[in-house]
Design a protein around this ligand. Structure first.
Ligand code: MUC
Ligand code: MG
Length: 366
C-alpha cells in the first residue's frame, strides 16, 4: 500500500454561538479537511483547526505546508511505515496542526485498510469518554444557566470556565455563582489562556479558596518561568500546561522547569502518535493528563474520543468534547450524540467520522 494523493480542502462553517476566551474568539470554523488516498482505494480523513492567535498556523499555512512541503515527501511511502512518515514530519518544526491532521488521517486510513477501529489499534481501553463542557466569556448568570441546561440536556457534570484578560472580579464572581448554583457534586476548573500574570493567578486562587476548583490551566505565558514555578509550588491545585506544550519536547521542558504539573493533550495539535508520546512521558512521571479541545468540529472531537478512550490515564478526567455543540453545522455524516454525559467511540474501521459529501460541497472554499 502506498500514499497516492493528499488533499487539503479549506472549508468554513459559521458558529451559532461563538466562543470567546482570553486569547481569542471563534466565530467561524475556517478549517482544513485533510484527505489521504492510498493506491488501493482507501481514504483516511482528519480535521485541521487552525488557531492563528495561539500557534500562528492559518487555514492558508496549513494548506500550503501540506501541498508544498509534506505531500511531495510523503507520496509513495507505505502508510504502515510510520517511522518514515514521522521522519518527514519531524524534519520541519512547528506546524503542529497540519502534522496532527496528517497523522490522524493516516491512522484512519490504516484502520480502514486493516478493517479495525482505530480506538482498538491505539489501546482499546474503554468504549466511551466522560464529557467536560467549556464555558466562554459571558455574564455569570448566563454561564450558570448554560451549565444547568447542559447538565439537564446531556448529563454533563464537569465544566471548564474560561477566565483571564478581564477584571479579576468578573472571573472570581463567575466561580462563586457557578459553585453556588451547581452544588458541590459538579466539577469546575479554570483556563486563563495566558490571560493573567502568575501573581494574579495566585490572587484568584486565594479569593476562590473553598470553592473546590480542581485545576487551573495555562494561567500565564510560559516565559514567566520563575513565577510559574512559584505558582506551581504554592497552588493547592494542579497547574495544567496547554498551549505551552504542543509537543512531547515542550512537555518535558515545562515539567522539568516546574512551570506545570499537569498536562492537556490535544489530538488536533499532536495527532495520535505524538499524543501517545506525551501520554507515555506523563505516565512515567506520574503526571495527570486531560484531553483538551482546540474548538474542534465533530470530526476532531471524535478523534479526541478515539485517542482518549483508548487509554486508562486519559479516561480518568472528563475530556473536553462538546465545543461542536456551538456550531451551526458540521461535515460529519452521522452526528455525535452525548448521552449520560458521555460520547462513545465508533466500532467501525478507522476513526469512524464519515463525511457528508453534500455538506462538504456546500461549505468548501475551493
Ligand atoms: C483551550 O483549552 O484553551 C481555545 C483556543 C484553543 O486552541 O483551544 C481552546 C480551548
Ligand atoms: Mg486551554
Amino acid at each position: 500500500m502506498k500514499i497516492q494523493r493528499i488533499e487539503a480542502i479549506p472549508y468554513s462553517i459559521p458558529y451559532a454561538h461563538p466562543l470567546k476566551f482570553a486569547s481569542g474568539e471563534v466565530t467561524d470554523a475556517e478549517h482544513v479537511l485533510v484527505r489521504i488516498h492510498s493506491d488501493d482505494g482507501h481514504i483516511g480523513e482528519a480535521d485541521a483547526p487552525p488557531r492563528p492567535y495561539t500557534y500562528g498556523e492559518t487555514q492558508d499555512s496549513i494548506m500550503s505546508i501540506i501541498d508544498k512541503v509534506f505531500s511531495p515527501q510523503l507520496i509513495g511511502l507505505d502508510p504502515l511505515d510510520r517511522g518514515k512518515v514521522h521522519e518527514v514530519l519531524d524534519r520541519t518544526i512547528h506546524n503542529q496542526v497540519a502534522k496532527g491532521a496528517i497523522d490522524i488521517a493516516l491512522w484512519d486510513l490504516l484502520g480502514k485498510a486493516l478493517g479495525t477501529p482505530v480506538h482498538k489499534l491505539l489501546g482499546g481501553y474503554a468504549d466511551s469518554m466522560r464529557v467536560s463542557h467549556m464555558l466562554g466569556f459571558r455574564p455569570a448568570e448566563e454561564l450558570l444557566e448554560e451549565a444547568l441546561r447542559f447538565g439537564e440536556d446531556y448529563g454533563i457534570t464537569t465544566f471548564k470556565l474560561k477566565v483571564g484578560r478581564r477584571p479579576l472580579a468578573l472571573d472570581i464572581e463567575a466561580c462563586h455563582v457557578l459553585r453556588a448554583g451547581l452544588g458541590d457534586d459538579v466539577e469546575i476548573y479554570l483556563d486563563a489562556n495566558r490571560g493573567w500574570t502568575a501573581n494574579e493567578a495566585l490572587e484568584v486562587l486565594r479569593r476562590t479558596e473553598g470553592l473546590g476548583l480542581t485545576k487551573l490551566e495555562e494561567p500565564c505565558d510560559a516565559k514567566e518561568a520563575m513565577s510559574r514555578r512559584r505558582l506551581v509550588e504554592k497552588s493547592p491545585i494542579p497547574i495544567v500546561g496547554d498551549e505551552s506544550v504542543p509537543t512531547a519536547g515542550d512537555v518535558s521542558r515545562e515539567l522539568l522547569a516546574g512551570g506545570s504539573n499537569a498536562i492537556c493533550i490535544k489530538t488536533a495539535r499532536s495527532g495520535f502518535t505524538e499524543a501517545g508520546q506525551i501520554l507515555g512521558l506523563c505516565a512515567g512521571l506520574g503526571v495527570d493528563v486531560t484531553m483538551g479541545n482546540q474548538i474542534d468540529t465533530q470530526i476532531g472531537s471524535l478523534a479526541t474520543v478515539t485517542f482518549g478512550a483508548a487509554h486508562e490515564a486519559t479516561t480518568r478526567s472528563a475530556g473536553e468534547l462538546s465545543n461542536f455543540l456551538d456550531m451551526s453545522d458540521d461535515l460529519i455524516a452521522e452526528p455525535i450524540r452525548i448521552s449520560g454525559g458521555r460520547i462513545s467511540v465508533r466500532n467501525v474501521p478507522g476513526v469512524g467520522a464519515g463525511i457528508d459529501e453534500d455538506k462538504l460541497a456546500r461549505y468548501r472554499q475551493n
